[in-house]
Design a protein around this ligand. Structure first.
Ligand code: SAM
Length: 192
């Protein structure tokens, strides 16, 4: 969907917009170490990383630090308030390796085979990111040896199974609460 239309959708505005304060709360930082989760995802220096649904940027800044100056992070969200907030945080932190974009991850507009690692952190399963459309798009943008990392909030055991059943990814295991997958050679053949 057009990012502007999606950003105005009732679901996003009623459900996600008010949760922005919780997403970046001190309590969350106190309870939860974003770097540990990013290490579980396999974030490494020099990678090109796509962060789907960056929200208020809880993972964005630590991920940008971890990939370093040689890396590139594309932080994507359809809500303009979140995009503005993260853009400001990136600017304040003096980070030059992050692009914050207002876009629907079902139609990223990114070049095929351009991404080393996709982060799906706290974004599935949600109605605005159906796996039967999201996974083929993530498969398209990932490089042949690229990886997909999924951290589930809320926990949903159906998601890891659906990813494997799609035939687009093979499992690499779970580390620090993050499920990791390698992009498979095949083309889309999703079954739900
Ligand atoms: C629960 S929040 C998680 C935010 C962030 N990953 C975190 O853990 O703090 C889910 C985010 O996904 C975004 N989102 C929902 N549908 C999307 C879509 N189709 N494309 C990209 N992002 C989307 C929402 O706007 C929201 O910011």
């Amino acid at each position: 969907m057009d990012a502007e239309k999606l950003g105005k959708s009732r679901f996003l505005n009623v459900f996600f917009k008010p949760s922005g304060a919780v997403m970046e709360s001190r309590l969350r930082h106190w309870l939860f170490d974003p770097e540990k989760t990013l290490r579980g995802a396999g974030v490494e220096p020099g990678q090109t990383v796509l962060e789907v649904g960056c929200g208020t940027g809880f993972f964005t800044l630590p991920a940008a630090e971890m990939i370093g100056e040689a890396g590139r992070l594309i932080a994507m969200d359809p809500l303009s308030g979140f995009v503005d907030r993260v853009t400001q945080k990136v600017r304040d932190a003096g980070l030059k390796n992050v692009e914050v974009v207002r876009r629907d991850a079902l139609n990223t507009g990114l070049e095929a085979a351009s991404i080393d690692l996709v982060l799906l952190f706290g974004v599935v399963p949600y109605p605005t990111l159906p796996l039967d459309r999201l996974l083929p798009e993530m498969h398209r943008v990932l490089k042949a040896d690229g990886n997909l990392a999924v951290w589930l909030f809320p926990i949903s055991f159906g998601v890891p199974t659906a990813i494997l059943r799609s035939g687009l990814f093979t499992g690499l295991g779970k580390k620090n609460g993050v499920y990791r997958y390698r992009r498979s050679g095949g083309s889309a053949g999703f079954t739900q």
